[in-house]
Design a protein around this ligand. Structure first.
Ligand code: NAG
Ligand code: NAG
Ligand code: NAG
Ligand code: NAG
Ligand code: NAG
Ligand code: NAG
Ligand code: NAG
Length: 879
């Protein structure tokens, strides 16, 4: 049985990693090919806090022990800098507590927020004693009157953390103690005392905060409701029973007007509620359960707001990242109407979370104050009845999950770990609005994707950072049309589009970039936001990649073919530049596809190498790109390069050993050359590729090519190219050109090892599971299996954690369940309770509150009274 489960589970992983939907970026831009603006200072690291000023031309950067003001038009321009170091005393205290002087006991600037036009509020970890101060923008100096930063900023620079400033009040998600073990969501305002979360595992359980922002009704307050602050984090689940820690992505929210309770929940949130964020592939039972970053794309109305999140799986070796989008209306619905969960005691000591089906107190626990409540004389959270407050204190978790738009990810990508996301809404020339998704990876690469009719297309991948390091922060400015990325080693500014790099109309249209369009007049790919409005109607853009809209490229006159002359018996290399990873390159000679010949060989970057040129090899050579545009349902072919190869038959045959290879300049030369040709025609590309400045002939005196059997193609094989490989994870590592891209995706050796490890782990896991089930520590999954066997389907929307529970479900056999039930129960009672289970579909959640437990001999010893909050024990050596 165990092997069956294993098979299913492994099969699932394999299926997901090999056949699961995932996208490939069409174009890859290398760092050295782009002229990005970069900023860093020697000896300064960790440029991880960024703030764009709306009013000023400024990008504020918080780094380690320094704050910078850069020009947001050009981040290489530094306008101001202030240093904020740690004094002797706190440094000594920090090192005495066992922290490293070089790493931990420094001041990492982690909060940069606008207070008003003149000041920023800044906080730093300050040698594990967080401090905050005001930064005067006029002279770019700190006030020098630091405040206690506890609850506003993390102690530990490597701990996850988020803040947002709303109307002069600082909302943070961080930890409140030195050890980082007391998580807190708090609000600091200069005039009030800190409002915070209860210290309880049911409120926050080892959270990793990723994002927080305010959603405001924008003055359109029909029901008089408050603005709300949403927090996004991953935490350890309390509601799922799992072998080990099961992580769950969450959205939590608090109301801006919350003042805490009068007696219950004094100085604590009365409006803290949280729900599960679902990002899964239901058809494959695969769940992305770790959220890394969130971007809130705000619409004019809050109902148009879409929340984008990047997710990976806790089981990171699958190597998949996903982007899920959530409708704000759906989020709001869950918080305003969702069912609560409650903690129940099962079998004396064991607690589990079940749906609360009883009557909820009024006003609704956790709701923001609205006009209806005001009419009931509840005009602030201080007036909320104790019943409501006690309820929300015990039931902060909602049962209903927040489901993604379309019930699945917008984007799934393989072999990347996304760390950051920003999204921009772009109105393309077809008048439709497209969400362009920019995702940053842990290897310094940026992906730009666009959703077209529900299908995602990765337009480009851009190697933003010189080194393979994580993008720690990503901001977008529509005003400067730039992206700003912060990393440990510096700040990089990149344009949102690289239209000018597409040199032909086909390439420009096939890129399917909503920012770019082809201008037939100037024969250039232009940014539609740069184009004068009267020209817009003449531009060619087709987001489905239909390049037939392009003016038919008049075929290249023979005189424009580059003439290549080589000596008999030498080899010739004909370069071909194409940068679409989705295209296949095909070489033609004398008009027909190259089929024969051991003497033809494809080099990296699609160039053709002809060994030992013989008289019959003379003639025309053409490099064609054939690109499949799925949205248009067509192949588009275009000529990338053309050559006329002739033999140089000298009057006097030279007497020399070895082979002469003719090389047409290095890849670098030709590509940078091509880049200069922005705005030139396709022909310009050809000419530039054909006439590189460094036309050289080199003499290879060693190894005749024939001895290298790996370099020869089997006779009568069509010479076609696989799509180009992606950017190397590290720019410095040159990649072997002859590698099969398929190998790159699958990494057979790796996956066998992984599989083996996985197998081992899984067997251990099963054993532990069986034990736990046998000991009835895990009644829920055991029951769940039984329900599953009886045909109970969880609601179609909730298969997401089944994959994780697959083992649990399968390993706990049916008989376990009968054991769980009281042996005194007679058959009819069992059937009855089974039917009840099947009916609700929530077999783990006995109906408590309304007293509908099937019989006196209830299957569990469920305590239906509200449970007192379990406090985690405090550890605060600091206070
Ligand atoms: C940015 O500023 C630097 C330094 O002043 C200058 O060399 C560079 O040309 C500027 N880049 C752009 C794109 O304006
Ligand atoms: C700060 O940057 C250094 C150097 O790149 C890196 O080793 C370290 O992990 C970073 N620390 C944090 C907290 O990000
Ligand atoms: C969100 O859902 C609401 C109601 O179902 C719908 O009217 C709205 O168009 C949706 N918004 C988006 C951006 O999908
Ligand atoms: C609200 O308060 C007013 C004045 O104290 C009182 O007259 C009224 O009955 C109250 N209304 C409710 C619904 O409690
Ligand atoms: C993604 O991150 C995980 C965990 O940090 C790491 O093991 C894995 O190698 C990364 N994958 C890629 C493709 O970078
Ligand atoms: C191309 O055509 C020319 C003349 O028709 C011929 O001599 C030559 O061998 C052909 N070359 C190839 C590679 O077919
Ligand atoms: C498109 O081109 C590819 C590669 O040349 C080929 O395999 C495929 O059959 C073509 N599809 C159509 C519909 O022409």
């Amino acid at each position: 049985m165990g092997f069956g489960v294993l098979g299913v589970f492994l099969g699932l992983l394999l299926e997901v990693s090999t056949h699961g939907p995932h996208a490939v970026p069409r174009t890859s831009w290398r760092h050295q090919d782009l002229d990005l603006m970069e900023f860093s200072e020697p000896e300064i690291f960790n440029y991880s806090t960024l703030l764009l000023s709306e009013k000023r031309d400024a990008l504020y950067v918080g780094a380690r022990e320094a704050i910078f003001e850069l020009s947001k038009k050009n981040v290489t321009v530094k306008n101001n800098k202030v240093q904020w170091t740690v004094a002797e005393n706190p440094m000594v205290m920090c090192t005495q507590k066992g922290k490293s002087k070089e790493r931990d006991c420094l001041n990492y600037i982690r909060v940069l927020q606008v207070v008003d036009d003149e000041r920023l509020y800044v906080c730093g970890t300050h040698a594990f004693q967080p401090q905050c101060d005001y930064l005067n923008l006029a002279d770019f100096s700190l006030d020098g009157r630091p405040e206690d930063g506890r609850g506003k900023c993390s102690f530990d620079p490597s701990q996850s953390f988020t803040t947002v400033m709303v109307d002069g009040e600082l909302y943070s998600g961080t930890s409140y103690n030195f050890l980082g073990s007391e998580p807190i969501i708090s609000r600091y305002s200069p005039s009030q005392s800190l409002l915070r979360t209860e210290y309880s595992t049911s409120w926050l359980n080892e959270p990793s905060f990723v994002f927080a922002d305010v959603i405001s009704d924008g003055g359109n307050k029909v029901d008089g409701e408050d603005d709300k602050i949403y927090y996004f984090f991953t935490e350890v689940s309390v509601e799922y029973e799992f072998f080990g820690k099961l992580l769950i992505p969450r959205v939590a929210r608090v109301c801006k007007g919350d003042l805490g309770g009068q007696r219950t929940l004094q100085k604590k949130w009365t409006s803290f509620l949280k729900a599960k964020l679902v990002c899964s592939m239901p058809e494959l039972n695969f769940v992305f359960n770790v959220v890394h970053d969130v971007f809130i794309l705000k619409g004019a109305d809050w109902r148009d707001t879409v929340i984008y999140g990047v997710f990976t799986s806790q089981w990171g070796n699958v190597g998949l990242s996903a982007v899920c989008a959530y409708n704000m209306t759906a989020v709001e619905e869950v918080f305003s109407k969702g069912k609560y969960m409650q903690k129940a005691t099962v079998e004396q000591s064991h607690t589990k979370w079940v749906r609360y089906n009883g009557i909820t107190p009024s006003p609704r626990p956790g709701a923001c104050i609205n006009n209806l409540m005001r009419r009931q004389n509840v005009s602030s959270s201080l007036h909320l009845p104790d019943k409501t407050l006690q309820f929300v204190k015990d039931h902060p978790l909602l049962e209903d999950p927040v489901l993604p738009i379309g019930n699945g990810p917008r984007l799934i990508t393989k072999d990347v770990n996304y760390t950051q996301i920003v999204v921009e809404r772009v109105r393309a020339l077809d008048r439709n609005i497209y969400d362009v998704i920019f995702t940053g990876t842990d290897k310094g690469v940026l992906h730009k994707s666009v959703v077209y009719e529900g299908e995602v297309h990765i337009v480009e991948e851009i190697q933003l950072l010189k080194n393979s390091e994580s993008i720690k922060n990503l901001l977008l400015s529509s005003e400067t049309r730039s992206l700003y990325a912060g990393s440990d080693s510096g700040v990089v500014q990149s344009p949102t589009a690289f239209c000018g790099r597409y040199l032909s109309c086909d390439d420009c249209v096939l890129a399917r970039d909503p920012y770019c369009a082809w201008d037939p007049h100037t024969a250039a790919c232009v940014n539609i936001f740069d184009a004068p409005s009267q020209r817009l109607r003449k531009l060619i853009q087709s987001l489905n990649g239909d390049a037939d809209k392009c003016p038919s490229a008049s075929s290249l006159p023979l005189k424009d073919y580059r003439r290549v002359t080589v000596k008999p018996g030498s080899s010739a290399e004909l370069p071909c530049l194409g940068h679409s990873n989705l295209a296949q390159v095909m070489w033609k000679s004398n008009g027909s596809a190259l089929t024969e010949a051991s003497r033809f060989h494809l080099m990296g970057e699609n160039s053709l190498l002809i060994y030992s040129v013989a008289p019959e090899d003379q003639g025309q050579y053409e490099c064609w790109s054939v690109e499949w545009a799925p949205a248009a349902g067509k192949n588009f072919s275009r000529l990338l390069a053309g050559y006329v190869l002739t033999l140089d038959l000298p009057p006097r045959a030279p007497h020399q050993a070895g082979h002469v290879a003719t090389t047409l300049g290095s890849q670098e030369t030709s590509s940078s050359h091509a880049a200069e040709g922005n705005g030139k025609t396709e022909r310009a590309l050809l000419t530039s590729a054909l006439a590189p400045p460094s036309f050289t002939a080199t003499v290879h005196l060693t190894s005749p090519p024939q001895t290298d059997s790996s370099l020869t193609l089997p006779p009568s094989s069509t010479i076609k190219f696989q799509p180009k490989q992606h950017l190397p994870p590290s720019s410095s590592a040159p990649r072997p050109d002859s590698r099969d891209p398929a190998a790159e995706y699958l990494q057979h050796n790796n996956s066998t090892a992984l599989l083996f490890l996985f197998l081992l782990f899984f067997l251990l896991f099963l054993a532990a599971l069986a034990y736990n089930c046998y000991m009835q520590y895990l009644p829920a999954p055991c029951l769940r299996l039984r329900a599953a066997l009886l045909g109970t389907q969880k609601s179609a929307h909730q298969p997401e954690y089944r994959a994780c529970e697959a083992g649990l479900m399968e390993s706990s056999a049916t008989d376990k369940i009968t054991m769980t039930e009281q042996p005194t129960q007679n058959g009819s009672q069992t059937t009855q309770s089974l039917r009840a289970l099947r009916d609700t579909g929530y077999e783990t959640e006995p109906e408590c509150g309304n007293g509908q437990i099937p019989s006196k001999e209830k299957p569990f010893d469920v305590d239906c009274e509200s449970q007192p909050i379990q406090f985690a024990d405090a550890d605060e050596p600091y206070c």
